[in-house]
Design a protein around this ligand. Sequence first.
Ligand code: FE
Ligand code: FE
Length: 281
Amino acid sequence: MAHEVKNKHLGSLDEWEDDILQRYPEKESFRDYENTERDSVKEFYRLNHENQTLAFAQAKRAEFESLSRREMGIWEACEYLNELVDDSDPDTDLSQVQHLLQTSEAIRADGHPRWFILTGLLHDLGKILCLWDEPQWGVVGDTYPLGCQFSDRIVYPEFFAKNPDASDPKLNTENGIYQPGCGLNEVTMSWGHDEYMYLVAKDYMPEESLYMIRFHSCYPIHREGAYQHLMNDHDREMFEWVKKFNPYDLYSKTDKPPNVVELKPYYLELIDEFFPEKIKW
Ligand code: FE
Ligand code: FE
């Protein structure tokens, strides 16, 4: 059964990812977007930047960290996520699972370790938040630290003017509520599918994988190099993995969509190496 995404401001979940591709094209050439598409991405970021406050992210984390919504296995979650159908162009868009498999298959083709391949499969499963009627601005989009000044290296920084945290003197200084160099583990990130999936996977995957899952949408850090003042040396070391992961997420789209039925046995075995039959979500 298809589940229609509630938040209509972003026509399609993929539009956000297409926008990243336009911002960070692999080669010189990138296609120019229709104005309407750009407008909906802009509207999406307006909502995201105005509403992602420290209080919001803390409340969402508190709401979801008990992982008491349901119990299901990883492959089951892939199939569940596939109920999420984009309302634009269903013929050309890949299903959610196909994006996951393209990412993991590209990692596998490059001969990376098994945990890395599995990370490709897992990284966007947190988008099931959309199926629980979380607004899209609280599920996808670039992520960034909260509780301190918003970096002007975040996409559309002007929209933070209407975020209440931007005028809170406790939260709008360079370090805000944090000690310099405190490390990202101390930092509350904007809430979305990255942070949620980190909570789900944190007892099962190696640390390198958890950094990839938790920070793969944090373009302000892994592409723009912002927020170094909050990071410690361990974060910087781990971000080498986040950077290594990113091209597989962005540039693994192939002409031939992966064959889900053929690949399923391989992935069931891989999942079984790291996860019990069912985990908490
Ligand atoms: Fe993602
Ligand atoms: Fe992705």
